[in-house]
Ligand binder design. Sequence first.
Ligand code: GLY
Length: 290
Amino acid sequence: MSRPVIVVHGGAGDIPDEQAEGHRLGVQRASQVGWEVLTAGGSAEDAVEAAIRVMEDDEVFDAGRGSFLDLDGALSMDAAFMEGANLNAGAVAALSQMRNPISLARLLVSAPHVLLVGEGAHRWGEQHGLHRCSPDDLIVARERERVLAHQGLNDTVGAVAMDLSGHLAAGVSTGGSPLKVPGRVGDVPCIGAGIYADDQVGGVSCTGVGEQITRIVMAKRCTDRLAKGDVTAQQAAEEAIAYLARRVHGEGGLIVLSHDGEIGCAMNTQRMSRAWITPDASYVGLEPTD
Ligand code: GLY
C-alpha cells in the first residue's frame, strides 16, 4: 500500500496583503478535503477534483467563482485534469457557465475528446449531468472593480495527489490572467504546459503567466527532468522555474509530486499559496521563504 499525499496551490503572483490570510486558509482547507478523500480510500482523481472544487468555490482564488474577468468584463475559465495511470486527460477552455470547470475537465478524461471549448463544452457538460449556472453567479464585485481599475496579478489553482494504490492525478483551474484580451487562453488547458501526470514519474500543476509557461511546456518539461532519476522533486521544480526565467523571462510557480511521494515546489513570484499533507506532516505556505 502507498503513502497518500495531497499537494495543492492557490496561485503564484503578487497576492495582496488583504488576501494573504484568505489564501492560506483556502489552500489549507482544500488540502484537508483532498486528504480526507485519500485516507477514506478514495482515488487520487477524487482527491484532486475535491480539492480544486473547494478553491473554485472560494472567491479569493482566480478559478470558478471569483475568477478574473477579461477586458470586456466577461468571464472565461479554463481547466484541465490528467490521470497518471493511463495518461488520459481532459481539458476545457472559455467557460462562463460552469460553477466547477474542474469537474467538466475530469468528465472529459473518459471521453474521446481531450479539449472542448465555449458553448460546445457547456452543452457537452449538460449532456453528461452537469448544470449550467449564470455567469453572474460567478462574477464577484472585486473583479468588476479590477476591470475598472486596470490592476493585474496572476493566479490559478491546482492539485496533485497520490492515493493508497500509488496512482497519481493532477488538475488545474483558472479564470486566466486579469484583463485578458477576449478569446485569450493560457497554459491551463494545454496538457503538458499547465499540468502533467504519469504514475511512472510524477505529477505537476503550474501557475503563473500562461503564455510563458506554454512556450516552455513547463509541466511536461519538469516531469521529463524528474524521469531522468538524478534529481529530487524539489530540484526538478527549481530547475523548471530557473528555465522559465532564463529562457522566456517568465514568472510563475509549480507543485511537483514524484511517483515515490517526494514533494517539490518553486516560484519566482512575490508569493504563492500552497499546502500539502502527508502521513507525517502538513504544511501551508505563502511567502517564498515559508
Ligand atoms: N496560468 C493561468 C493563465 O495564464 O491563464
